[in-house]
Design a protein around this ligand. Structure first.
Ligand code: RIB
Ligand code: CA
Length: 317
C-alpha cells in the first residue's frame, strides 16, 4: 500500500528534483498534495514554479499556497542560489493549472482529516506552514505518521556557520516542529552535502530523455552557486528527504535529541543535537549522517528515466 504524503516546498531547483523523484515512485509514495511557502524565492514565484514542474510532467496534483514569510520578521530568500525566478536555468512553459482556493494549512488539514491512513509530511523548505498547522490544529498530530524533512545540520550550517537555510529562515517555526513529538527524519547538511552529483553525471543526464535533460539543465544553473561557495559537486539536498522514504537502507542515521536555537546571536537557526553518551533528553529525531552516494545517484537516474519513458509515451513519441 502506497504511503500517503504531502510535500511542502519552495521550488527551488532541488525541490523540483525531489518532486520528480517522488512522482516517479507514485506507486510507493501517494502524493496527496503539494503546498508552497516563501523561501528560495517569494511565494508567487515558488508557487508558479511548482505548477510549471507538475505541468511539464503532466502530473495532476493539487497545489496550495502557504505562508509568504516566516512567523517572525521578514523573508530572507535564496535568490543567490536559485536565481530571480527561484528556478533559473531552463525556461519551463507556464502551467494552465492554478493553485487551490484553500490556503496550505486548511488544505493540509482537510487532506489529513479525510485520509483513512496517517499522512507523512515531506517539508523541503522553511517550516512555517507545518508550524502553523500544528499550532492551529494540534489534534492532527495523531494522524501524521512521520515528518521526513530537509533542513538543519548537526555539524555546520550554510547560511551562517551554524544555521542551514530552511531553519534559518524561520527558527521559531522549526522549533515548533522539532518539539511537536511527531517522529522526524532529518536530512540535514551532514547527509545532503554527501549526496552530491558531479559534472560528468549532469552531462549524462543531458544526453537522455526530456525529464532527465530538464534536471541536467536545472543542475547546470544550480551548480554555479555551489562552485562559487567552494563546493565540489552539487548537493542534492531536498531529494534526500524523498529518497529516505523510498530506500532508507541507502542511509546511515543517529537517533538524537534535536531542538532549534532561536535566541543566539551566533546560533539563531541552529539545530542543536544532544550527542552526549548520557543525557536527560530522549531522542526525537532520526538524523541522517551518511548516504551510499552511488546508489542514491543511480536511484535518481533510474527514476528520471522512468519519467522520461512515461512522458514520451504520453506525448505519443
Ligand atoms: O539548505 C538547502 C535548502 O535550502 C534546500 O531546501 C534548498 O531548496 C533551499 O531551500
Ligand atoms: Ca527547498
Amino acid at each position: 500500500m502506497a504511503t500517503p504524503i504531502i510535500i511542502d516546498c519552495d521550488p527551488g531547483h532541488d525541490d523540483a528534483i525531489a518532486i520528480l523523484l517522488a512522482y516517479a515512485h507514485r506507486d510507493v509514495l501517494d502524493i496527496r498534495g503539494i503546498t508552497t511557502v516563501g523561501g528560495n524565492q517569494v511565494l508567487e514565484k515558488i508557487t508558479d514554479n511548482a505548477l510549471r514542474i507538475l505541468s511539464f510532467i503532466e502530473a495532476d496534483i493539487p497545489v496550495a499556497k502557504g505562508a509568504a514569510g516566516p512567523l517572525l520578521g521578514k523573508l530572507v530568500t535564496g535568490e543567490e542560489a536559485h536565481g530571480e525566478s527561484g528556478m533559473d536555468g531552463p525556461v519551463l512553459p507556464p502551467s494552465l493549472a492554478r493553485p487551490t482556493d484553500q490556503g496550505a494549512v486548511e488544505f493540509m488539514l482537510e487532506l489529513i482529516r479525510s485520509s483513512d491512513d496517517k499522512i507523512t509530511l515531506v517539508p523541503l523548505a522553511p517550516l512555517t506552514n507545518i508550524a502553523l498547522l500544528l499550532t492551529a490544529y494540534p489534534e492532527v498530530k495523531d494522524k501524521i505518521e512521520r515528518i521526513s524533512l530537509m533542513g538543519g545540520g548537526i555539524s555546520y550550517g550554510n547560511v551562517t556557520s551554524t544555521a542551514e537555510f530552511n531553519i534559518y529562515v524561520d527558527p521559531e517555526a522549526a522549533r515548533i516542529v522539532y518539539e511537536s513529538g511527531i517522529p522526524i527524519t532529518m536530512s540535514g547538511l551532514d547527509v545532503t552535502d554527501k549526496a552530491a552529483i558531479f559534472e560528468d553525471e549532469i552531462e549524462e543526464l543531458k544526453r537522455r530523455g526530456p525529464v532527465s535533460v530538464l534536471v541536467g539543465e536545472l543542475l547546470d544553473f544550480y551548480s554555479i552557486y555551489g562552485k562559487k561557495m567552494g563546493y565540489v559537486g552539487n548537493a542534492l539536498h531536498d531529494p534526500c528527504a524523498v529518497a529516505w522514504l523510498l530506500h532508507p537502507e541507502l542511509f546511515q542515521s543517529r537517533h538524537l535529541h534535536v531542538t532549534v536555537e532561536t535566541e543566539g546571536k551566533q546560533t539563531r537557526g541552529m539545530t542543536v543535537a544532544d550527542q552526549r553518551k548520557k543525557t536527560e533528553h530522549a531522542p526525537n529525531v532520526e538524523v541522517l549522517v551518511d548516504v551510499d552516494r552511488t546508489a542514491f545517484i543511480n536511484l535518481l537516474f533510474d527514476s528520471l528515466a522512468r519519467l522520461d519513458q512515461q512522458l514520451l509515451a504520453a506525448r505519443g513519441v
